[in-house]
Design a protein around this ligand. Structure first.
Ligand SMILES: [Mg+2]
Length: 465
C-alpha cells in the first residue's frame, strides 16, 4: 500500500512584466507565476500540480493549496485512484474551507492544483501520460472520474455514458491519427498589447512561417489602435507571399476554417478583450472592428455575466462575429449556464481555473452534448503543458472531433518544464508520449531555485539592483 505522507509547495514567479509578455487590456503588468505543489508518498511515487497566477497573491493561493493538500495526508493512493470522482468530491467537501468559496476564487484554483497533482500521480503510477490514462478508461470509468454535483439539469450520468459509448469504436483510430498529424493550435504570442507594431509584424510573419493558420490579438485599450494592429496582422496572414510552400493550397473553404471569417489564404483572426467592457459597450466596440474580420471576441465582459455574454452574442450575430469565454469561468455551473443560455460559440476551459481534471471532464462532457467546440485557454506558465492532454481526451474519447478546434499556444517559459509541450511544422501540438511524464507539469529543480519568490537567486539579485 502506498500512502500520501506529505507535500511541498513552491511560490515560483517569472519576471515577465519586464518584457511586456502577457499584456492585454486588463492585465498590464504580469509576472507569470506558478503556485506549485508536490505530493509525496512513502514510495518513489510523486504527484506534481500547479495553478497559474500573474504575480502577487501566488503566496495566498499556496496557503490554500496547503489546506487542501493537507486533506490527503495518510490516504491510500490506490483508494484515491479507484474513484477519482469521489476523490474530487472529498477535496471540495471540507465544510470550513467550503465557506471561503464554495468552488470559486482562491480556494477553488488551489483545489485545481491539488486535484491535478493527484491525477499526475495516478498517471505516473500507471506509466502513461495523463491523456492516455484517461482515454484508456472505459466509459464507466470516465463518468466515475468527473464532478457531477449541480449539473444534472444539463447532463445526466446516463446521457454521458451513452455519448461515450457511441465514441468507443473510433478511439483507436483517432488516437493513431492525432499522433500522426498533431492537435491544431493557434498562436497568441504575436498580439500582446505591449508590443510595438514592428514586433507584432515580425512575430506574425514568424508564426505564418511556423505553419499556424489561426492568430489571436488583444484588443480593448484603443479602438483605432486595435484596427491598426489588426490590419498589420491581416496584411501578413492574408498575403500568399508569406505562406510557406507546404501551405500554399490553404483556402477559406477548408472545413477547418469555414464560418470563421477566414481570409483568402484560409487564415483566421481572433480577438480577446480580457473582460474590459460593459455589455452594450462590448457590442458597440466590437462592431467597429468588423473590417478586421474576427472569428470571435473572447471575454468581452465580466466572466460571471452569463446573460451579458448571451446578449453580446445576439448583438454581434448580424456582423458574423462570435463569442468565446471560459478562462475565468470558475466552475462547471458557470459553463453549464453559458451553454444553456446559448451565450458562447466556443468554450475555453482553463486547466487550473477549474478545480482540476475531474471538473474539466464534466465541462468537456457538457460541451460535447451541447455541440460547442472546446478550445482551451493556455499560455501563462504551464498551461500549454497541461491543456494538450485535455484536448486529446476531448478528441479521442469525448467529442470525437478536432476538425474545427484550436488549442491556444504561447511560446513562453516552456524551458522550465522537464517534458515541455512542442509544436510541429504545421502549427499543431505534438502528442506527449513519455510514459513517465504524467500531466507534464514537473518543473526543473534549478528553475524553482532560481525563480522561487522571494528567496530564489533571480529575485535576490533583482532586490539588490
Ligand atoms: Mg484570453
Amino acid at each position: 500500500m502506498v500512502k500520501i505522507t506529505g507535500f511541498k509547495t513552491n511560490d515560483v514567479r517569472f519576471p515577465t512584466s519586464l518584457t511586456g509578455d502577457g499584456t492585454d487590456a486588463m492585465n498590464t503588468d504580469c509576472d507569470y507565476s506558478s503556485a506549485y505543489v508536490t505530493l509525496e508518498t512513502d514510495s518513489e511515487l510523486r504527484g506534481y500540480g500547479m495553478t497559474f497566477t500573474i504575480g502577487r497573491g501566488n503566496d495566498i493561493v499556496l496557503a490554500a493549496v496547503a489546506e487542501v493538500a493537507g486533506r490527503l495526508l495518510g490516504k491510500d493512493t490506490e483508494e484515491l485512484f479507484s474513484d477519482m470522482g469521489a476523490t474530487w468530491d472529498y477535496l471540495v467537501a471540507d465544510p470550513q474551507l467550503r465557506w471561503i468559496g464554495p468552488e470559486k476564487g482562491v480556494i477553488s484554483i488551489a483545489t485545481g492544483a491539488v486535484n491535478n497533482a493527484v491525477w499526475d500521480m495516478y498517471a505516473r503510477s500507471r506509466k502513461k501520460p495523463l491523456w492516455k490514462l484517461v482515454v484508456d478508461f472505459t466509459p464507466e470509468e470516465i463518468v466515475r472520474s468527473a464532478a457531477w454535483r449541480y449539473i444534472s439539469d444539463a447532463i445526466t450520468k446516463e446521457e454521458a455514458l451513452a455519448m461515450l459509448k457511441e465514441k468507443e469504436a473510433g478511439k483507436k483510430e483517432r488516437e493513431e491519427n492525432v499522433k500522426k498529424v498533431g492537435y491544431p493550435a493557434y498562436v497568441t504570442s504575436a498580439g500582446w498589447l505591449g508590443y510595438s507594431d514592428e514586433k507584432v509584424a515580425r512575430l506574425t510573419r514568424e508564426a505564418v512561417e511556423q505553419g499556424f493558420s489561426h492568430f489571436k490579438m488583444k484588443v480593448g485599450a484603443n479602438q483605432a489602435n486595435d484596427i491598426k494592429r489588426g490590419k498589420i496582422i491581416r496584411s501578413i496572414i492574408d498575403d500568399p507571399q508569406y505562406l510557406p510552400e507546404r501551405h500554399k493550397n490553404r483556402s477559406p473553404n477548408d472545413e477547418s476554417v469555414r464560418g470563421k471569417n477566414a481570409g483568402p489564404t484560409g487564415a483566421v483572426l481572433m480577438i480577446d478583450a480580457n473582460q474590459v467592457w460593459d455589455v452594450q459597450q462590448a457590442i458597440d466596440y466590437v462592431k467597429g472592428l468588423e473590417e478586421i474580420k474576427p472569428w470571435f471576441i473572447e471575454e468581452p465582459t465580466a466572466p460571471d455575466d452569463i446573460l451579458g455574454h448571451a446578449a453580446i452574442r445576439r448583438g454581434l450575430k448580424p456582423y458574423g462575429i462570435g463569442v468565446a469565454t471560459g478562462e475565468h469561468a470558475h466552475n462547471r455551473m458557470v459553463f453549464k449556464q453559458l451553454l444553456q443560455a446559448e451565450a458562447i460559440d466556443v468554450c475555453q476551459i482553463d486547466s487550473c481555473r477549474l478545480a482540476g481534471v475531474s471538473e474539466v471532464l464534466s465541462v468537456l462532457l457538457m460541451s460535447a452534448k451541447f455541440g460547442i467546440p472546446v478550445c482551451p485557454h493556455a499560455g501563462g506558465v504551464g498551461l500549454c503543458e497541461y491543456v494538450i492532454h485535455l484536448s486529446l481526451i476531448d478528441y479521442i474519447a469525448i467529442s470525437g472531433t478536432m476538425e474545427r478546434n484550436v488549442l491556444e499556444f504561447v511560446d513562453h517559459l516552456h524551458e522550465h518544464f522537464k517534458t515541455p509541450c512542442s509544436i510541429n511544422d504545421n502549427g499543431r501540438y505534438n502528442v506527449p508520449l513519455d510514459p513517465l511524464e504524467g500531466y507534464s507539469i514537473e518543473m526543473y529543480e534549478k528553475s524553482i531555485a532560481e525563480f522561487e519568490f522571494p528567496h530564489g537567486s533571480y529575485w535576490v539579485g533583482a532586490a539588490k539592483k
